[in-house]
Design a protein around this ligand. Structure first.
Ligand SMILES: [Mg+2]
Length: 379
């Protein structure tokens, strides 16, 4: 399907702060609320597209934050868009190419790119899934559980989510919260689909490698990002010593990096987070390259808008492994979309039908959560 965009009118950055139901702790620290820069794009016909820039408050997961995203969008990406001669009927690809001088800042680009996809779906009166190549009407899903204060709390959390239907458990690990804890989880819950995510908390020192090798006996689906975010070679050296597939998350920022890592056995699986790889065009390219069994879709604790975009991506055929897209109630008392994302008791999420996102964005509630906003015009 061509991705020509008709007559843009405005683009708005809306920064919101929405409190989490539970604080989320990883090896980076603890977060109590979600800050996101929502992107709203309108055309002269009144169609509205929505996207989400889902960076965090601190440059810990990656160098971007919601402040840097705001800055890069406001001072570079949006002014470039305003300078395009729109009589030439731009496509998403052609707009994206005008940003070629802006290096990195993948989340900032993805926020706008995803809003453009959403807008085009509205203009064409099709589902966003038609643009993303969705072929499934429901997707299996899993849950990501942060590091808990003690083992009992972790076991209780896992039990809670399994009873809710989640098909796969991902638990965060760090040195001191790994072998014994995974062992206890296996003992308690048997052969559930289980994986771990280290968020770069390990290195290639003998003690760490020994611990990670010992995890092989638990037949984990994968161990995600065990080593430094910028050390692809170290992951190759680790993968050579492990039976458990290494999955890369923080290390992969574009389709070229994905190809490099898979071809060289630096990892066997890639966690695709569309924001981290610069948007949905790149996410789809990586999915096509990796293929089924080598890619799955992670999350950045997105609000409903980013969550819906991720659902449509996971409805593509390559996404056979349960992802990290939980129900809205996992994170928020009230989400910014209606209906909210719901995980059924068999661990599936139904893909919305209808035009565009297939859900309604709660504009009034967005205003309640707003920290700041800025509106730009195209003419
Ligand atoms: Mg991760």
């Amino acid at each position: 399907m061509n991705k020509i965009i008709n007559d843009l009118d405005t683009i708005e950055q809306i920064q919101i702060a929405i409190p989490y139901v539970h604080p989320f702790r990883t090896s980076f620290g603890t977060e109590t609320k979600k800050e996101a820069v929502i992107i709203k794009i309108t055309d002269i016909e009144g169609n509205v597209g929505w996207g989400e820039t889902s960076t965090g408050a601190k440059p810990d997961y990656c160098y971007e934050t919601y402040e840097t995203s705001w800055h890069i969008q406001k001072d570079f990406l949006i002014p470039i868009m305003q300078g395009i001669n729109y009589t030439e009927e731009p496509s998403i690809q052609s707009i994206y190419q005008t940003w070629h001088g802006i290096r990195g800042h993948e989340f900032a680009k993805s926020g706008i790119e995803s809003a453009l996809y959403s807008l085009i779906a509205e203009q064409k009166k099709v589902s966003l899934g038609d643009l993303y190549g969705s072929s499934k009407d429901k997707i299996p899903t899993g849950v990501s559980i942060g590091i808990q204060n003690d083992l009992e709390s972790l076991l209780n959390r896992i039990d809670f989510f399994i009873k809710q239907g989640y098909q796969r458990i991902k638990m965060k690990i760090e040195p001191g919260w790994d072998y014994e804890v995974v062992s206890a989880v296996r003992k308690e819950f048997g052969d559930i689909l289980l994986m771990v995510d280290a968020n770069s908390a390990y290195s290639l020192n003998d003690k760490h490698v020994e611990t990670l090798k010992k995890l092989d006996k638990f037949e984990l689906m994968m161990i995600e990002q065990p080593l430094a975010y910028n050390d692809i070679l170290a992951h190759k050296q680790l993968q050579a010593q492990l039976d458990t597939p290494v999955c890369l998350d923080e290390s992969i920022h574009d389709p070229m990096g994905a190809q490099l890592a898979l071809e060289n056995d630096c990892c066997r699986i890639i966690n695709i987070k569309p924001g981290r790889v610069g948007g949905y065009t790149n996410a789809i390219e990586i999915a096509k390259y990796g293929g089924a069994g080598r890619v799955w879709c992670g999350g950045m604790l997105e609000t409903g808008i980013g969550r819906i975009h991720n659902l449509f991506l996971q409805a593509r055929s390559e996404f056979t492994m349960p992802g990290d897209t939980s129900g809205s109630n996992r994170y928020f008392e009230k989400d910014i979309i209606s209906p909210e994302v719901i995980v059924n008791d068999l661990g599936y999420i139904t893909i919305p039908k209808g035009v565009g996102l297939g859900v309604t964005v709660l504009d009034d509630y967005l205003q309640d959560l707003k920290v700041r906003s800025k509106l730009y015009h195209f003419n």
